[in-house]
Design a protein around this ligand. Structure first.
Ligand SMILES: [Zn+2]
Length: 302
C-alpha cells in the first residue's frame, strides 16, 4: 500500500506541559474525529514499532511526523511531551499519569493526562488538587470537591518543595520523599494521625469526617506540609551528619519533634524507616572518617 504524505491536521492543539504522548495523540484523534489509534500508526517510527501498541516514546513514535501533523515545532513537543523527553528528565517525573488541572486545560478538547514533576501536587493558579504520590498510591482526582483554600499551607508547601529540589537536586529529594512517605505510613499505622493532620481534616471535611482510607485525598493533604519538611531534613547534608553521629543524634530526633509537633520521638523498633535510614548513613560516615584519617596521615608524612 502506498502511504500518503503527511499533512497538518485540520484541527490542532498545543500539548499541555508534561502531557503524555499517548494523551496527546488521543486528543488530536478525538478533536479530528479520527479512529482510535490512527495517529499512532501514522507516526510510528517503523513497521515493527506499529506493533508495539502500548509504547509511546521517541523510539516508537517519530517526533518529526507528530510535528507535521500537529503544526507544533519539534522543540516545543520535546519540551512539553513526556514521551519525547530524555530518559534522565523523565526519571524526575511521577511514575503515574494524572489528569491535568481541568481549568488549565479546559480548551484542550478532552481529558489531558500528564506525568507531573514530584513536587507538583496542586495547581497554584486555580488552587485545585491535581494529584501526587501518596505512599505509592495514586490520589483520586482531579475533580476533588475539597476546598484547598481551607488549608492554604499546602500551596506554600509546594513552593517549599520546589526550592528544596533546587537546593538538593531531584534525585536526592525524590529518595528523601520516599523515606518520609514510608515513615508517615509507619507512624500513622502504629500511633494514629498527628494532631495537625486531624486539624486539617476537620477544616476540610468538618468535625465528623467518617472513616478515611490512608490514600484518600483529604488524608494525603493533611500530612503534606510535615511530609515535605521531613524530606527536607533527610536530604540536607547538615542534618544527615547530625543523624549519622550517635553523639548528636538526639538533636535530629528533636528536629523531627519540631516538624511533627511530637514530644520525645525516637525510633523504638527496627521497622521504623528512620531507623533504617540512619543505619544506611553510618557506613558512609565511617568511610568519611577513614578518608579524613588518610588525609591526616598523608600530611603527617610530608
Ligand atoms: Zn489550573
Amino acid at each position: 500500500m502506498i502511504e500518503q504524505p503527511l499533512r497538518r491536521l485540520p484541527i490542532t492543539s498545543p500539548p499541555a506541559p508534561y502531557e503524555s504522548l499517548e494523551s496527546y495523540l488521543s486528543r488530536l484523534e478525538r478533536i479530528n474525529h479520527l479512529p482510535l489509534g490512527a495517529l499512532r500508526r501514522w507516526t510510528a517510527t517503523s513497521a515493527k514499532a506499529k506493533a508495539k501498541y502500548n509504547q509511546f516514546t521517541s523510539v516508537t513514535i517519530d517526533i518529526a511526523k507528530v510535528s507535521i501533523l500537529s503544526g507544533i515545532p519539534e522543540s516545543t513537543l520535546r519540551q512539553a511531551i513526556t514521551g519525547f523527553m530524555p530518559d534522565e528528565d523523565r526519571r524526575l517525573l511521577q511514575p503515574q499519569q494524572r489528569p491535568a488541572c481541568p481549568r488549565c486545560v479546559h480548551r484542550a478538547g478532552g481529558a489531558v493526562l500528564c506525568r507531573h514533576p514530584f513536587h507538583y501536587f496542586t495547581c497554584l493558579r486555580h488552587r485545585t488538587l491535581v494529584g501526587g504520590r501518596a505512599w505509592g498510591h495514586p490520589i483520586e482526582g482531579p475533580h476533588s470537591h475539597l476546598d484547598l483554600s481551607l488549608v492554604p499551607e499546602v500551596f506554600s508547601t509546594q513552593r517549599r518543595h520546589r526550592q528544596l529540589i533546587r537546593r538538593y537536586g531531584h534525585p536526592t529529594m525524590a529518595d528523601a520523599l520516599v523515606i518520609s512517605e514510608q515513615w508517615f505510613e509507619y507512624f500513622v499505622q502504629r500511633h494514629g494521625m498527628l494532631n495537625r493532620s486531624r486539624t486539617r481534616i476537620t477544616r476540610l471535611l468538618g468535625p465528623k469526617p467518617g472513616r478515611l482510607s490512608i490514600d484518600s485525598p483529604a488524608h494525603v493533604i493533611s500530612y503534606r506540609p510535615e511530609l515535605v519538611s521531613l524530606a527536607g531534613i533527610l536530604a540536607a547534608p547538615h542534618w544527615r551528619a547530625i543523624a549519622a553521629a550517635p553523639e548528636t543524634r538526639a538533636r535530629f530526633y528533636q528536629e523531627i519533634d519540631r516538624i511533627t509537633n511530637l514530644h520525645g520521638y525516637e525510633p523504638i523498633t527496627k521497622q521504623d524507616p528512620i531507623h533504617h535510614w540512619i543505619q544506611s548513613l553510618e557506613p558512609r560516615r565511617r568511610s568519611t572518617l577513614a578518608r579524613f584519617t588518610e588525609f591526616d596521615e598523608l600530611f603527617q608524612n610530608q
